[in-house]
Ligand binder design. Structure first.
Ligand code: PLP
Length: 427
């Protein structure tokens, strides 16, 4: 395990596959979009923040998944970003879906996707939602407690059940095992109850936490899942479980390391000859780097010659709620300053003051709440002015899906989708 944990540091092979950097995606149409917004004359809303959705990036991410995890069928976690164009594109690749609520299930079914491509991956479900899943013929779902089994027995006894086990997610950006997952000491009771109620225990699932970076957890969780498979078969004389669900938590930055560890663990505990089907529930991996947020500088308060407070039209109550809920730290970059585009130059910014970055800024969202702060300290090349545009790369995961219109500020409704050549896609 120590070896696994140190992989990144010691192994020069762990350079991730190149993916298209977000910085290259602004094209002429987007320049026109911004140029057409005249701060002096525009109507309320015309200078709203907007997203750039890079479908070429999504294609690359999917190809990368197939390359690194050929055995694993992804079920995209809809909660992460339920944009219909993204869902449609992923469905067309053959990606399936992890839904956690009635509305998410409905969204996927309305796209004409078959219910057997859905896993209802929420271990604590409303009874009415379980009845909805039954009516909709969604069979796969997760559980981690006995009370849930009674509900399932009553409302959806033909479910294909995945026993979700807890993992050690103490180093993850967003922990999940504090809320969900059965401890291994409770596994026997849960399997016994499945048997007593004559329920269909189909597999085991886990989630190592969203934004996980200790990959030995993936190894340990796979090993624990194998232990559950063995107990069910050998101690409870159940037919062999069919499917292992390795959850989500994958990130582009560490994908190669994580998948290396996971593939090793699968080879050891669930080799191909075991005929166990492997699925996963990635969210963040597919959408984080697919979206860039562009925001307008709406106000400025000068603190002194080299320091200002900058106010932009999106923030913690809007698309950057991920600062609070998901522990993300959006990185500001200059898109447009003093009526000139800086995007092509990959305009750098810095967390510390340098000769190149003399201008200190704090960046604030538009609401009247003091909590609405995007960053307390960043250093820019230019002294930003009202009407400038900033962009924030990698803001596709857990952003727009949880944005509010608090204080009357609408969330960014516009998403400009572009293809692999940077051309605007009209869907
Ligand atoms: N599956 C479940 C049950 C989750 O709770 C989550 C995230 O909260 C995911 C999948 C997606 O995780 P990630 O976006 O880290 O891949």
């Amino acid at each position: 395990l120590k070896y696994l944990t140190n992989l990144r540091i010691n192994n020069p092979d762990f350079i991730n596959l190149p993916h298209k950097p977000n910085h290259s995606i602004i094209n002429q149409q987007l320049i026109n979009h911004i140029n057409n917004i005249n701060n002096e004359t525009c109507l309320p809303g015309e200078e709203n923040s907007f997203f750039i959705g890079d479908l070429g990036e999504l294609d690359n991410l999917f190809k990368n998944w197939k390359l690194q995890l050929p055995r694993i069928q992804p079920f995209y976690a809809v909660k992460c970003n339920p944009n219909p164009i993204i869902l449609k594109r992923l469905a067309s690749f053959g990606v399936n879906f992890d839904c956690a609520s009635k509305l998410e299930i409905e969204t996927i079914l309305k796209m004409g996707i078959s219910p057997d491509r859905i896993i209802y991956a929420n271990p604590c479900k409303m009874s009415s939602f379980i009845r909805f899943a039954k009516e909709s013929n969604v069979l796969k779902s997760t559980f981690d407690n006995i009370e849930e089994l009674y509900k399932i027995k009553k409302f959806h006894p033909n479910s294909q059940l995945f026993l979700r086990i807890a993992t050690d997610d103490s180093t993850a950006q967003c922990r999940l095992s504090t809320k969900y997952g059965a401890d291994l000491e409770n596994v026997r009771d849960l399997i016994a109850k499945c048997k007593e109620l004559d329920l269909n225990l189909h597999g085991v699932s886990f989630h190592v936490g969203s934004g996980a970076n200790d990959f030995s957890t993936l190894y340990k969780a796979t090993r624990d899942a194998k232990w559950v498979f063995d107990i069910a078969e050998n101690e409870f004389n159940m037919p062999p479980l069919k499917t292992l669900d390795v959850g989500g938590g994958f990130q582009l930055d560490s994908f190669k390391e994580a998948t290396h560890v996971l593939n090793m663990a699968l080879d050891e505990f669930f080799p191909i000859e075991s005929n166990v089907q492997i699925i996963a529930e990635p969210g963040r991996y597919f959408v984080a780097s697919t979206f860039t947020l562009a925001t307008n500088v709406i106000a400025k308060r000068k603190v002194n010659n080299e320091e200002s407070m900058i106010y932009i039209n999106d923030g913690v109550y809007g698309n950057m709620n991920c600062i609070l809920f998901d522990h993300q730290e959006p990185v500001p970059r200059t898109l447009y300053h003093n009526k000139q585009f800086h995007y092509f130059n990959n305009e750098s910014t810095s967390k510390t003051q340098t000769k190149e970055h003399p201008y200190k800024v704090s960046i604030w969202g538009p609401t009247c709440d003091g909590l609405d702060c995007i960053t307390k300290e960043y250093y820019m090349k230019h002294d930003l002015v009202i009407g400038d545009w900033l962009y924030f790369p990698d803001l596709g995961a857990y952003t727009s899906s949880a944005a509010t219109a608090f204080n009357g500020f609408e969330q960014a409704a516009t998403i400009v989708f572009i293809d692999e050549n940077g051309e605007v896609v009209k869907e």
